[in-house]
Ligand binder design. Sequence first.
Ligand code: ADP
Ligand code: TRP
Length: 332
Amino acid sequence: MSKEIVVSGIRSTGNLHLGNYFGAMQHYLKMQDAHQCYFFVADYHSLTTHPDPKDLKTNVFRVVAEYIASGLDPEKAVLYAQSDVPEIPELYLMLNMLAYMGELEKVPTFKEKVRLNPDNVNAGLLTYPVLMAADILIHRAVKVPVGKDQEQHLEMARNFAQRFNSRYGFYFPEPHVYRSNEETVKIMSLDGLGKMSKSENINATIYLNDDDDIIRKKIMKAKTDQGPQETNAIMPDYIQNLFLLLKLTSKSETYEHFLNAYNNCTVRYGDLKKQLAEDMVGFISPIRNKANDLQRDDSSIRKILKKGAEKARESASITIDGARKLIGINYY
Ligand code: ADP
Ligand code: TRP
């Protein structure tokens, strides 16, 4: 039986963080054996904010280095840069004809960007979900591992697929969000204000390239309070987040120990944070060191991307040929 097709990508807009790791990459790692996976760096998506051309390559190569250092295997999954697959912008153009202004203007992520950057409301920002749909449909993927913030974009991808199918005949299967573990859907920032992110809450986000002392400092500064006042108290969300990180990176005995201490009101957050900081350093430092080594090896990353682009284009060109024929672009 042929393997199910999976697509996902991360924008090259800054350093990857624990939210990207546990919200997305952790699922990629679990899927790469049993599925046909296409994982890419969304560099076209990063252009909405006009990054400095000098930084583009470094940003893209860093994401690839962090993908591989985290355990993605380019022999199992196809790893590529979005801009190396010209069939994606071609499908994006086709899908744009099926996307309505009204629905694009209503997307919450678009409205939020307009609110934050009223001087840069470009058409690329408006059609961001169409490009994302093209990324997915170009391989006719059925599963898309992404965090909770991307669910609406996936719904739009399904709508565009359905519209194409009802106009031209069934062609695109409907893609759905995939997660192997509901718990890791969202990692909050350590100040309790919003989520960990590439560009916001920088001092309260742990990045995969933070050095050991920075990791310790950020965790020791994480928001806590005077502790639970009654046994088995409900946890405030910022404490829940610390326990989630403990669960994800520490031994299960350590997690159980602090959970029991919380439940019987003897927890000392200073001790919890010290332990979490050490376990986090143990978790991140091998990834960081490997990514740094890889990033210095420019030619290996280049080779991986070139090979990935070839494989991605094999699948993409079949899809685009079929779409052209269905639309009627079939003259010779
Ligand atoms: P960012 O929001 O940091 O710029 P992206 O938008 O490129 O990151 O997201 C890449 C992937 O990481 C997406 O699947 C997204 O859902 C996931 N993700 C981003 N931030 C978090 C977070 N704090 N918690 C869980 N998942 C996240
Ligand atoms: N929009 C996604 C994000 O901000 C990144 C992305 C672009 C993506 N194209 C995709 C994710 C296709 C999955 C599939 O996180």
